[in-house]
Design a protein around this ligand. Structure first.
Ligand SMILES: [Zn+2]
Length: 482
């Protein structure tokens, strides 16, 4: 679908006023100017919180201190905070205001295992083997709350009417906390939900995320002495090897958009015992859920075949699955206008040197920071690699999403350079830019019913005939220790 094709419906007039390049840029409304000033006024608070969450570096569903820090901050600013929602102690919703419109803003805060890293241009862990903010979620959760606080102040002073909700969403890196929140009915009442993600470039969404399914394959065989009577053993490790080999043979026969990856979590302990248990954690991704389903069916057959060849039993358990993103062109235009109007940060010589050193250290082109807003493009059919449970939210409520540079161009993601950049001024500058963009866009959504209606109309059109189903298993979320 081309940009602007929404003009086929009667909401076109509403989108013209927010379309960049179509007319004189309107001066920001007094409320928007006030929102931007409010974000700026929170600078010290936001940097302090982002740095604390960076130091906490808490893993999925263990983000106790991070969630409490953000929830307490919201409460101090007058929000009504509902903690521990959807069966997850680290999920919360902070609400201020009453009535419509309801504008939601999503925040994340979980870290990744094994990525502990100092603010340094060489690989130096803070705590060896510890976790690190390798996806910049310390910036994500904090910027979003800063924007929500700015909007709250405008509602409190009567400059805006309606409700702002901050969704504290845990466990994005695995499990998918938002999906459990969707299962409990959250997000659905929002007129529009806003989200962003730290990245190495700045753009309103036109690429989206891949759908995926995450599952565990377990093989159970029969143990024996590996030298004494191996003929009595049935090796679960053999089955795991055959299974992963089968996946690797399948790679030639899937579309280029498919990604399959696994880790062998268990496959025996010592070589002189035939392993009777093996476990392989596996993910399959593709551009759309339907593509994932097709490949997943074949992978299930491979698991059965591997078990048959090794003479063992197999079970396959789905842990979760993320859905591709329902991108709204009308929403991306609005985000693009605000990103462009606010403009990217400039970087000091020290920050540029830091960025270039990270690129040098990881074998990337040494080009420094590039936070310039990329031109808006038509929605692409195949997203780049990566998935997010924000995709699931986009099927239950109109969801606007952008990516913003918080790290040097092309440095490896989910890796130590991102942890380093997320804990210093390069990350802080991206976070402040994100908070301003979220706040400005929220003000537009509060003030301009026609824009909201255009977004709603496009969402209604794109979800027509689509039945969203979540992939998380029945039962409570897998909270550690519960
Ligand atoms: Zn992330």
């Amino acid at each position: 679908m081309r940009l602007g094709s929404l003009c086929a419906v009667s909401v076109c007039a509403a989108t013209i006023s927010i379309s960049p390049g179509t007319a004189r840029a309107q001066a920001p409304s007094p409320a928007k100017t006030a929102a931007l000033a409010s974000v700026e006024g929170q600078r010290a608070d936001l940097i302090r919180m982002a740095d604390q969450i960076w130091s906490f570096a808490e893993l999925a569903l263990r983000e106790t201190k991070s969630a409490a820090l953000l929830a307490d901050h919201a409460e101090r600013h007058g929000f009504t905070v509902e903690r521990g929602v959807a069966g997850m102690p680290t999920a919360f919703v902070a609400t201020y205001g009453r009535g419509r419109p309801i504008i939601g803003i999503i925040g994340e805060y979980d870290a990744l295992p094994g990525l502990s890293q100092q603010v340094s241009t060489t690989r130096d862990a803070v705590a060896e083997g510890g976790a690190g903010q390798g996806c910049g979620h310390n910036l994500f959760g904090t910027a979003s709350l800063g924007a929500a606080v700015a909007v709250k102040a405008l509602i409190a002073s009567g400059k805006l009417t309606g409700t702002v909700k901050y969704y504290g969403t845990p466990a994005e890196e695995k499990i998918g906390g938002k999906i459990y929140m969707i299962r409990e009915g959250f997000f659905r009442d929002a007129d529009v939900v806003l989200a962003w993600h730290p990245g190495d470039e700045t753009k309103a969404e036109y690429e989206g995320f891949q759908a995926n399914v995450q599952f565990v394959v377990e093989f159970r065989g029969r143990t024996a002495h590996a030298a004494g009577d191996p003929w009595n053993g049935r090796s679960a490790a053999d089955a795991a090897e055959l299974f992963t080999h089968g996946i690797n043979m399948l790679r030639e026969h899937v579309k280029p958009s498919v990604r399959m990856h696994y880790t062998v979590e268990r496959a025996g302990d010592v070589p002189n015992v035939v392993p009777d248990y093996a476990r392989v954690l596996t993910w399959v991704r593709d551009s759309k859920r339907a593509g994932v389903d097709t490949v997943f069916a074949r992978v299930q057959d491979i698991a059965k075949g591997a078990a048959l060849m090794a003479g063992v039993e197999q079970t396959l358990t789905v842990q979760t699955g993320f859905t591709d993103m329902n991108i709204l062109e009308s929403g991306s235009r609005l985000l693009h206008e605000n990103l462009t109007r606010i403009g990217p940060p400039t970087y000091t010589a020290e920050e540029e040197a830091f960025a270039r050193a990270l690129q040098q250290a990881t074998g990337k082109d040494v080009v420094g920071m590039n936070a310039a807003v990329r031109p808006l493009k038509p929605i692409t059919a195949d997203p780049p690699g990566g998935s997010s449970d924000v995709g699931d939210v986009s099927w239950v409520a109109p969801t606007l999403h952008f990516t913003l540079a918080t790290a040097p161009k092309d440095v490896p993601w989910h890796a130590w350079p991102v942890v380093a950049a997320s804990g210093m001024s390069i990350g802080h500058k991206g976070m402040m830019y994100a908070a301003r963009t979220l706040a400005a866009t929220a003000v537009d959504l509060f003030e301009n019913a026609a824009v909201r209606e255009a977004i709603r109309a496009e969402w209604t059109e794109k979800t027509k005939g689509v039945t969203y189903t979540w992939l998380v298993p029945d039962g409570p979320p897998p909270v550690p220790g519960h």
